[in-house]
Structures are given as C-alpha cells and as structure tokens.
Design a protein around this ligand. Structure first.
Ligand code: DCP
Ligand code: MG
Length: 440
C-alpha cells in the first residue's frame, strides 16, 4: 500500500476490473461459508434453505434420526423428513452455538451465542451436533483442491487459507477474480461446499475482503480502495485487534480504521507501546508485507528422551521398558491427534560413549496404534547391541499418510516390502546382541 501514504482523498479505482500490472502482489484469503453447518447439509440436503444451527450434544442424534419414530429399520439420511429433526426450542442444555446457516443468521443467531438465547430468537431452527471427522475430511479436501490449482497456500485453520495468486496463471486477471472463480467452482465441484474469497495486495486486506460478499462471494480490493472500502470498517475488522484493544481504542474515540489511520503514530505508540502502536499505524494504512508461507507436510513424528542417569538394558530393564512403551504411546497419540498414520517405525539409541544407533522397520500396513508401534519398535530393538549403557532412547514414525488417504499398498511379494535399504547407525550388527534385546 505504498501508493497511499498521504491524507488526501484517494479516489476509488474507476475500473475495478482493470488488469493489475504484471507481477503485482495479489493475495487471496478464502473462508468457507457456514462451514460446520454446510458439512451437515451435505449429509441432510433436505435442510437446505432452512435455519440450522450447530452446537451441543454428540452424534447420537444420527442414530435417532436414522431409526425413525417407529423404531423399524434404518432410513437413508436423505429421506428423513424435515419434521423429524430436533428443534432449537426443544433443546435442553447450556451449550453454545458454533455456527449457523445463513437463513438462521437472519434471525440474529450466530456463533458463540448460548443455545437458550438462540432458541428465543429462532425456536424453529433445527439443531445438529458437529461431526469433527467429517469437518476435518472436508477441510483437507478443499485445501488439496486449492493446492492443485495454486500451490502457495497457507493453512489458517479448519476453514480458511491464504493463497498467493501473484504468479499463478489467471491470478492477475481482473485483479484475481478469474482465478478466484476457478477455485470457487473447483471446490464446489469436489465438495459441494461454497466459500468466499477476497483478493487484495496483501494478507491483511485480503482477510477483510473475503467477508465483503459472504456467502459464495468474491471481492477484489486494490491499493486505491483503501479509503472507500477499508477505512469505513470498524477497527475490530483488523486481524489482530481483539476485544481488549478494540475497547481501548473506543475509549480513545477511535472506532473506524480511517480514524485509526488519522492518528499520529507516536500517539498510538504512547498508548499501546512501541511495536503495537507502530503496527496499528501500519495496518490502518493497509500495509502488510507478510508472505504466504506454505507449510509442508510432516515427514516424520518422533519422541525421544534423555535419561537423568545412564540406564543399562539388563539392570534397569523395568525402567527402560516402561520408558520405551511410553515413547511409543506418545508417538501414537501425536499421529492420532494430527490425523496421520505411519508405515515405518524406527528407534534411536545414544550410548554412554555418545555413539548413536538407529534402526527402522517398514511394515506392510499403516498404523497409528500404540501397541502396534510398540511391537514394531521392539523388533528394531532386537537389531541393536545392548551391552553398553544408554543415555537416550527415541521412537520415530515415518512414511506418513493422512488417515483415510493411505496409498494402496501392493500385496507383499515375499519380503519385497521390507527389502529396501534401511538407515543404520554405528555399531550396526544385524540381529543385535543376542538375548539382551528381548528384555524389552
Ligand atoms: N467455530 C467454532 N466456534 C466459534 C466460531 C467458529 O467452533 N466461536 C467453527 C464453526 C465454523 C468454523 O469454525 O463453522 C469456521 O468459522 P467461521 O468464523 O469461518 O464461521 P463459518 O464458516 O461458520 O461462517 P462464515 O460463513 O461466516 O465464514
Ligand atoms: Mg467460514
């Protein structure tokens, strides 16, 4: 936003669809529409257009719905009559709403509102619990759809991402509108879900722009639009100005971003500290150089521990065994929490002379199960010498795949699956040191 640094009125762009100069930074922010609720509408499309809120309870509602009032046999989700769905007015409990469909929002119902209050505003709304597994599955699906088109994408949570349009074909056309349309359509084709996209010179403005035309909207913001489109907004629309800073600014008589931009930088620094004050000044003028950072998929997940004192495989067998099992369980928990499964399990040992030994084993199946990991890691242990004392023990899971997206594995032809070379550390004695390994 370096072009807009003085206080004279900047004219709104005359032709907002004019192609931007080649190479100008174009950053998109994409946010799914009523995400958790829209995922439920895929399962129950008969609820489309109706007020639906997501909150409370667990998914036992599905069992009740599928069973039907007479309890005779299972029904297809699509054919369950609308009148069989639970209503907000009948909801008992003190939960809060996580999100609401746009028809429900017309009644003033929205995220973080108590169910009781929402029930007063819109008693006829249908209430459904969230299905986190489905939400995560669709989250991955829409993100991979974007990455296939525009690879520089930064994950910002379950339903939003930043995408760098600058060097993507179509990313500069009509300020990014052409590419935004393609992404919207591709996501809809793959998932059946709609999203809203803002494209702007940077992440800060793109984030605000994606809200301009919700749901299923695209908005294009140029540097020249600062005064007309950004300055009238409330300061809380700036990503990073939370309720506290918002209240303090209000007490100081600053409500809009334009009013913030009109303040002297030193005055802001005086009230909010040097770095926050300078940042507030910068963002109110629409300036933000932060890059869109693509996070790569993890290659492995590991846990290791250095002992308080060196431990011996025989004398400290019980203690070592417990630590080893605990490490395996923690790796399993990490995999599960992050939604991965692994096929290669490895161990790492550091001896009292600081030498390191590693072994790994690639199984024929993916797993995130603690006992299975423990068993595979145990096999690796049988292949290392255990006559010296140990300083450190580690367990690593690699050859990762997202749970539910594991590549199909070729049937094992003899020992083929395990025939690839293994990474091996010092002191490599295949078969280990005889009986000691079985102590684990
Ligand atoms: N969410 C939540 N608790 C909140 C706010 C949101 O659990 N206090 C969940 C439910 C939302 C999802 O995160 O579906 C995404 O949040 P958004 O703020 O993007 O809200 P929506 O996607 O639901 O609606 P919008 O169309 O306004 O983006
Ligand atoms: Mg959203």
């Amino acid at each position: 936003m370096d072009g807009v640094t003085n206080a004279s009125p900047a004219l709104p762009c005359a032709n907002i669809d004019a192609p931007a100069a080649a190479g100008r930074r174009r950053i998109a922010h994409l946010d799914m529409d009523a995400f958790f609720a829209s995922v439920e509408l895929l399962r129950y499309p008969q609820l489309k257009g109706l007020p639906v809120v997501i909150g409370g309870g667990r998914r036992k509602v599905d069992e009740l719905l599928l069973q039907g009032p007479d309890g005779n046999g299972l029904r297809e989700p699509h054919f369950i009559p609308v009148e069989d769905f639970p209503l907000l007015k009948d909801y008992v409990g003190r939960g809060v709403i996580t999100t609401a469909t746009y028809p429900a929002r017309q009644f003033g119902v929205g995220s973080a509102m108590g169910m009781m209050k929402a029930a007063r505003l819109c008693p006829q709304a249908i209430v459904l619990p969230v299905d986190f597994d489905e939400v995560r599955r669709f989250s991955r699906l829409f993100k991979s759809t974007i990455m296939d088109i525009a690879p520089v994408m930064q994950d910002r949570g379950v339903d939003e991402v930043y995408v760098d349009f600058t060097d993507v074909p179509g990313g500069q056309r009509e300020g990014g509108r052409v590419l935004a349309r393609l992404i919207q359509k591709s996501i809809f084709d793959v998932t059946g879900l709609t999203c809203s996209i803002g494209v702007a010179p940077n992440r800060l403005l793109a984030k605000m722009a994606s809200e301009f035309n919700k749901p299923n909207g695209i908005s294009i913001v140029y540097e020249e639009d600062l005064q007309s489109k950004i300055w009238p907004l409330h300061v809380r629309k700036i990503n990073g100005i939370g309720p506290k800073a918002g209240e303090k600014l209000a007490r100081l008589g600053v409500e809009t971003i334009g009013q913030l931009a009109a303040q002297d930088e030193q005055w802001l620094m005086g009230h909010f500290g040097k770095s926050t004050g300078a940042w507030m000044h910068r963002v109110s003028w629409g300036r933000d150089d932060s890059p869109v950072v693509t996070e790569s998929e993890p290659v492995s997940m590991s846990r290791e521990t250095t002992f308080d004192r060196d431990l011996h495989a025989v004398r400290d067998r019980a203690e070592l065994g417990a630590i080893f099992t605990d490490l395996c369980m923690r790796v399993a928990e990490d995999l599960k929490r992050k939604g991965y499964v692994a096929r290669t399990i490895g161990i790492k040992l550091r001896y009292d002379d600081f030498k390191i030994a590693t072994r790994d084993h690639t199984a024929s199946m993916y797993t995130a199960d603690g006992a299975t990991i423990r068993q595979l890691a145990g096999q690796c242990l049988k292949r290392v010498p255990l006559d010296k004392r140990l300083r450190l023990l580690g367990v690593r899971a690699s050859t990762l795949a997202r749970l539910g997206e594991e590549p199909a594995l070729a049937p094992r032809a003899g020992a083929q699956a395990d025939a690839r070379p293994r990474r091996q550390g010092v002191g490599d004695v295949e078969g280990g040191s005889g009986g000691t390994a079985s102590l684990f």
